[in-house]
Design a protein around this ligand. Structure first.
Ligand code: PLP
Length: 316
């Protein structure tokens, strides 16, 4: 979908890839499908089997949904950061939710991964999809996400913006761009407090993007540009997208909007951009879109007023 109201630069074309319309509500629908098909195809998993996976939300929802239609049991290992609504969704699909309590000085991702190993030892024949290291993760985006973006936009894109967590989406898109010899620069959008592209691990309250320890896949990620975005800018980016384009997205997409807001003013006329709307904003209504939460948790003003009116809408 072309978006034209987000920024004031009318001579730049911007396309939004609406992965919030995936059945599970996020890009992870593609990842989950790729990971499960790989396990079924290699004979490691069969109908009636069990999947155990560490997930901060969206992969869990997508796996839970896809396990239903394949007759597979699913245990989601989550941490305190997990969105309560995401957990309700997983349970609604019949998944078991196993919540890890992270030790005070501990790393949440590491604690979840250790718990996955414990559960695998307990359930004979169970498998993990390993979204952090499986090449089926980027392959899903190589074979669907990027080809769809190219087809939907007409191609010829100067920049592609993706948010990063396992880096699977970025890697798959990057591999497709290289394989096709496209001239599209890949922009990685990460959270401050994530270690994916250097920097110290820090407090991150909003799920969806960033990592506290490096996933195996990340070593192959070679973005042309990296933006590390503070959480308040994710909030403002989400609200801008909702108020100007009528797209209610989650925090990682808000981060992308913030990053685009920095790059767009520097681009030449005629530039063509695409970005991924990674998930629906509905599970973020009590956080990103809640003024009280923003004030009490991020100690910042959401600045809604500034975001409601593009300054020169009348010129369009
Ligand atoms: C909300 C959200 N943000 C970002 C991403 C990108 O994550 P990854 O790097 O693991 O592909 C996803 C992937 O589905 C997502 O659901």
């Amino acid at each position: 979908m072309e978006v034209s109201r987000l920024f004031e630069h009318h001579d730049i074309t911007i396309y939004a890839k609406l992965d919030l319309l995936q059945l599970a509500g996020s890009t992870k629908e593609r990842t989950a499908n790729g990971l499960i098909e790989e396990l079924l195809g290699s004979g490691q998993l069969h109908a009636g089997g069990m999947i155990i996976e560490s997930t901060s939300g969206n992969l869990g929802i997508a796996l839970a949904r896809q396990c239903v239609v394949r007759g597979i049991k699913f245990i989601a290992v989550v941490d305190e950061n997990a969105n309560p609504l995401a957990l309700e969704l997983m349970k609604a699909y019949g998944a078991t939710v196993d919540r890890v309590v992270t030790p005070a000085a501990g790393n949440k991702l590491a604690a979840r991964r250790q718990r996955v190993q414990e559960l695998l030892a307990k359930h004979a024949g169970a498998v993990t999809t390993n979204q952090y290291g499986s090449l089926a993760n980027p392959r899903a985006h190589f074979s669907t996400t990027m080809p769809e973006i190219v087809a939907g936009s007409g191609g010829n894109l100067d920049y592609l913006f993706v948010a990063t967590s396992t880096t699977g989406t970025l890697l798959g898109c990057q591999q497709y761009i290289r394989a096709q010899g496209l001239d599209t620069k890949v922009v990685a959008v990460d959270a401050i407090g994530s270690v994916l592209f250097g920097g110290e691990s820090g407090i991150r309250r909003l799920p969806g993007l960033g990592a506290g320890i490096l996933p195996e896949l990340a070593s192959a990620a070679e973005p042309d540009m990296v933006f590390q975005i503070p959480e308040i800018e994710m909030v403002r980016g989400c609200r801008l997208l909702a108020r100007r384009e009528g797209i209610l997205a989650g925090a990682s997409t808000g981060a992308i909007v913030a990053a685009m807001g920095q790059l767009v003013p520097t681009l030449d006329a005629g530039a063509r951009i695409a970005f991924v709307v990674h998930d629906t904003g509905v599970p973020y209504l009590q956080t990103v879109y809640n003024d009280e939460w923003v004030r009490s948790t991020l100690n910042e003003e959401p600045e809604l007023e500034r975001n409601t009116e593009p300054s020169d809408r009348s010129e369009k």
